[in-house]
Write a new protein. Structure first.
Length: 495
């Protein structure tokens, strides 16, 4: 149904005519006076530092009305001296087909139905069509670092959950919130069919539904809630972890984004029987394993880490847990022991890739990393990355060839816990970099960890293929594999 846009207010500024770009006058102040009936709509806006101001550029003209094709290619203010023309949709010129203005303004305050803002780039009397808060989680380019100290209103309290429902951090927050409540932690143990889906998925569920995480893209959400009712009782006689076998038909699987139906083995465990140390390790991005006796589930689970176990574990089971922790991905296996059926699960944090440098390849790396299910982070300067926060699942790629600027970061990363440290550059650049690092005190053993030039020899011909070669090397190194053709190997291809 057609709908005409009706202004909801007006801008009041000291600018009588078309205003200069706000970036050139960040301190310029203005007001938005809204229709009094819209007062409830402003509730909470004062909790945001920035907002989008959408206006109707009523004094501009539609270039299509000029009858001159060149009107669709105006001369922007910044190109006045050269007289260079660009497309109306490729610049900020006010003469545009629908005369809609979009300004990012800093919210100074909200008084009744008046919004005070800084960064004026529209003239006095300009009609206002909309106001929308600027939210870092949504409005930053993919892979960009979130600025510190910028308030995003009520999103600050919840964006760690809705924006990361499939991440371990959200699971930790939810598990701690639901401690003492009738909730369960559901984990996938084994999957048959269902397309290219890994075991190791986790969801936290209570009677109201899935609260965090995801199992098979939501194909089993209704079943999981029903399982909660039978498992999440509290008290000394509460049932413990149990193994549940479920079939997923093809229609449900496809609707959930899977390629086909199949069979899933799940463990369903009361949230209070999952040790707190396990959640602590997950929150700290440390690889961690659980050993659970399914025949004596009331005993809870034993946490196993690379350097410790919370309680005695039989050597065969301990060895199996450590083997899974050393693997490249989260896995679960069932083992028989004299004490009963034992479930051994490893949970490895989501890999992160840090691309350091201003080269455009950084964007390709971040995009590919995101597509692979990793977390991609782009940093323009080496000082933006703290090497001591990098873990064994993380990769650092230095694109900048400047030795002085990147040397301290590489030294710290090579001496730290980072799983992969790589650097771009020619053979000559690599030789100079190695000499520089040795001069900074890096040992031969530490230098042997540096992948330079980074990437596998795939014969890449463009940026995207270079990014692919780097991510392929990271994947091979993380899984302990030699990069050879699958046809020349034997055994399972995905383990």
């Amino acid at each position: 149904m057609p709908h005409s846009l009706t202004p909801i207010g007006v801008v009041r500024t000291a600018e009588p005519d078309i205003a200069i770009q706000a970036r050139l006058a960040p301190g310029s102040l203005g007001l938005v006076d809204l229709d009094p009936v819209l007062a409830p709509a402003l509730d909470g806006l004062d909790g945001f530092d920035w907002a989008w101001l959408v206006t109707l550029l009523d004094r501009a003209t539609d270039p299509r009305d000029a009858g001159d094709p060149t009107a669709l290619r105006p001369v922007p203010l910044l190109l006045v001296e050269s007289g260079t023309r660009v497309g109306a949709l490729a610049c900020r010129h006010p003469d545009r087909p629908n005369r809609i203005g979009l300004s990012l303004v800093r919210v100074v305050g909200v008084d009744g139905t008046t919004v005070r803002f800084a960064g004026v780039d529209v003239a006095d009397g300009t009609p206002v069509l909309d106001l929308k808060p600027w939210v870092a989680a949504f409005d930053l380019p993919q892979g960009s670092n979130r600025p510190t100290g910028v308030r995003c209103g009520w999103f600050d309290a919840v964006d760690s959950l809705p924006m990361t429902l499939d991440t371990h951090e959200a699971l930790v927050v939810t598990a701690r919130d639901l401690a003492g409540h009738a909730a369960v932690a559901v984990r996938t143990v084994q999957l048959d069919g269902l397309g290219a889906t890994d075991a190791g998925e986790i969801a936290i569920v209570d009677h109201s539904g899935v609260r965090a995480g995801s199992i098979l893209g939501g194909a089993l959400d209704g079943v999981l809630v029903e399982l909660t009712r039978h498992t999440a009782n509290s008290g000394p006689h509460a049932p413990g972890a149990r193994l549940v076998e479920l079939d997923v038909d093809g229609e449900d699987a496809v609707a959930a984004g899977l390629t086909c139906g199949g069979h899933a083995s799940l463990v369903v465990q009361p949230i209070d029987q999952v040790p707190g140390r396990w959640w602590d390790a997950v929150a700290a991005r440390e690889p961690v394993a659980l050993v659970t006796n399914l025949d004596a589930p009331h005993l809870g689970s034993v946490v196993v880490e690379l350097g410790r176990a919370d309680a005695p574990v039989a050597p065969p089971l301990l060895d199996r847990a450590l083997e899974l922790l050393a693997g490249g991905r989260s896995r679960s296996v069932l083992e028989d022991s004299p004490d009963g059926r034992m479930l051994v699960e490893s949970l490895l944090p989501r890999p992160r890739l840090f691309a350091v440098g201003r080269a455009e390849l950084a964007a390709d790396l971040v995009e590919l990393a995101t597509w692979l299910g990793w977390e991609g982070v782009r940093a323009a300067e080496a000082t933006e990355v703290a090497a001591d926060t990098l873990g064994p699942r993380d990769a650092l790629i230095v694109l900048d060839h400047g030795l002085q600027a990147t040397g301290p970061l590489l030294v710290a990363a090579l001496r730290g816990r980072a799983g992969y440290v790589g650097a771009l550059g020619s053979r000559t650049t690599q030789r100079k970099r190695r000499e520089h690092l040795l001069g900074l005190g890096v040992t031969d053993a530490e230098l042997a960890r540096l992948h330079g030039p980074a990437g596998l020899d795939l014969g890449p011909a463009n940026r995207a293929e270079i990014a692919l070669s780097i991510c392929a090397e990271i994947t091979a190194m993380r899984s302990g594999r030699t990069a050879v053709a699958l046809r020349d190997t034997e055994g399972h291809i995905r383990t």
